[in-house]
Design a binder for this molecule. Structure first.
Ligand code: NAD
Length: 515
């Protein structure tokens, strides 16, 4: 995958269907920018309804043969994909940095977490084993199995262009489904690169397809009778829309939405660990993570000391082009730009609104000196203190490098704040008191919890997902819940006639009893 240099025409990013690129008949083209320079580096095709129908039809054809391909053959392809991705992950990381803006080490981290799911899916044979009960009733055996669904649609957000699709497609494919991935139009090239890698790994054409586009492409997936399931990740309003629309069209849906993750720091916590963690989880990936810490709840009396330690650390962060490697004199940037100019401006306006509402600006990211292009979408890390729950900066998901400190008088006040929030994606508690941590774990109405861990993203063999308005549907991503989501159960009740022990037969119209 190449991106253009200053004088070059932006590259065209097109769909991938049946093992080949396809331009189709786009409704338009969307600009793709390098956030560190502000330059347009690509134009992505926005699929028409006809393009979507074409891609879904190709996936339907492929699903029929892939779903009956042996488990041995399917897992061989998974293993090859894992090897290729591991060997070439630097290439993918460079693509992510060039379109998303996150620094190289962060892009490598996202790929590593995605690879974990690929590795999990390599063991699909074990996970698809059914049950068998001999002689469940006299002369009758029962067994269960899980079979693929057919075509599944994955719709992903801009903030993890590789990892979020990888939460789903390795398991979907290993389980025998064909995939249509609709990536974010803001950083679409990672998906196209991954499609070509699947082909190299030996995946039959049509099993993994990429449909680029906007609402037209999404709606086509949500309403097509040939798509059986939708895995969506993005903002809450769109997640809710996706959940309602796809459910109405008879599909199973998991729609993961936005977040406002609180980190509660109790008075006995290790304050250096808490300060490091708040900075890492607040500003890593410029705060554009669904598991970012955006609210820090400091329980009296440690607030002043903790804010001072966080501020000191925040002021040392280097903001810059994530594609520039460390040199002898300069380390790699800690934080890159925001994904688009519009998003940078939106986040910046939240800083204005927080200040106007009376929050104290301890570190002001609007005064940023970044190592990168003058037209880059820069915004420095911002630390607010004395934030209250009625302020916009508290209520809204900002999705940028803005950390809001709220003071709480007690553990109970802190937990009440966490539980009153409409989101329930992640939360963390920092304490050295095992009993308090255990109580926190029981008290909070949140799906993923960290104890002295600020970004508690579960490992691949557990499942990822929040509560409340952070998830629509009841199935979380990856782990055994992912295997369940991408398969359907069948239970078979069997009787074979044994000539030595023939059943009596005869007419009996009563409901069959087991005996
Ligand atoms: P987004 O909702 O704008 O877009 C997500 C996807 O939906 C994209 O593919 C986009 O093209 C599509 N889309 C956008 N508007 C649409 C519309 N009107 N109709 C149909 N489809 C539409 O989200 P984003 O800005 O790309 O990503 C950031 C959001 O994703 C944040 O809210 C973040 O919290 C959330 N997120 C959540 C998780 C999680 O696990 N819960 C993980 C990552 C990101």
């Amino acid at each position: 995958m190449t991106t253009s240099t200053p004088d070059e025409v932006p590259v065209e990013i097109v769909h991938w269907v049946d093992g080949s690129p396809l331009t189709g008949s786009p409704t338009g083209w969307a600009d793709v920018t390098n956030p560190a320079t502000g330059r347009v580096t690509g134009r992505v095709a926005l699929a028409s309804e006809a393009d979507a129908a074409h891609v879904i039809a190709a996936a339907s054809r492929a699903a029929r043969t892939w779903g009956t391909t042996s488990l041995a053959r399917r897992t061989q392809v998974l293993f090859s994909f894992r090897e290729l991705l591991n060997a070439r992950k630097d290439e993918l990381a460079a693509i992510i940095t060039a379109e998303h803006g996150k620094v190289h080490s962060d892009a490598m981290g996202e790929i590593a977490r995605g690879l974990e799911v690929v590795e999990f899916a390599c063991g699909i044979s074990h996970l698809l084993k059914g049950g068998h009960s001999e002689e469940a009733s006299t002369g009758v055996d029962v067994h269960s199995k899980r079979v693929p669904l057919g075509v599944v649609g994955i719709i992903s957000p801009f903030n993890f262009p590789a990892m979020v699709p990888m939460w789903f497609f390795p398991i979907a494919i290993a389980a025998g489904n064909a995939v249509v991935l609709k990536p974010s139009e803001k950083d679409p090239s990672a998906a196209s690169w991954i499609a070509a890698l699947w082909q190299e790994a030996g995946l039959p054409d049509g099993v993994f397809n990429v449909l680029h586009g906007d609402k037209t492409a999404v709606d086509a997936l949500l309403t097509s009778p040939d798509v059986q399931a939708i895995s969506f990740v993005g903002s809450t309003p769109i997640a809710e829309y996706v959940y309602e629309t796809a459910s109405r069209h008879g599909k199973r849906v998991q729609a993961l939405g936005g977040a406002k993750n609180h980190m509660v720091v109790l008075p006995d916590a290790d304050l250096d660990l808490a300060a490091d963690s708040a900075v890492n989880a607040g500003y890593g990936s410029a705060g554009e993570r669904c598991m970012a810490i955006s609210v820090l709840v400091a329980v009296d009396p440690i607030g002043d000391e903790l804010v001072a330690r966080i501020a000191d650390r925040t002021r040392t962060l280097l903001i810059g082009d994530g594609g520039r490697e460390a040199t002898g004199e300069q380390k790699e940037a800690d934080m890159g730009p925001l994904v688009t100019r519009a998003h940078r401006d939106r986040v910046s306006s939240f800083i204005d609104s927080g200040e106007a509402a009376g929050a104290k600006v301890v570190v002001d990211g609007r005064d940023v000196a970044a190592r990168g292009g003058e037209e880059g979408f820069w915004l420095g890390p911002t630390l607010f203190d004395d934030v209250t729950p009625d302020m916009d900066v508290y209520r809204e998901e900002i999705f940028g490098p803005v950390l809001s400190v709220v003071r709480a008088r007690s553990y109970e006040d802190a937990v009440a704040l966490v539980n009153a929030n409409e989101y329930g994606n992640g939360t963390a508690v920092f304490t050295n008191d095992g009993g308090a941590a255990r109580r926190f774990e029981a008290d909070v109405t949140v799906g993923m919890i960290g104890v002295n861990v600020p970004v508690p993203v579960p490992v691949a063999y557990y499942s990822f997902g929040g509560w409340k308005r952070s998830l629509f549907g009841d199935t979380h991503a990856h782990g055994t819940e992912g295997v369940h989501f991408f398969t359907r159960g069948k239970v078979v009740t069997t009787r074979w006639i044994d000539p030595a022990n023939r059943p009596e037969g005869g007419l009996e119209l009563g409901f069959p009893r087991n005996d």
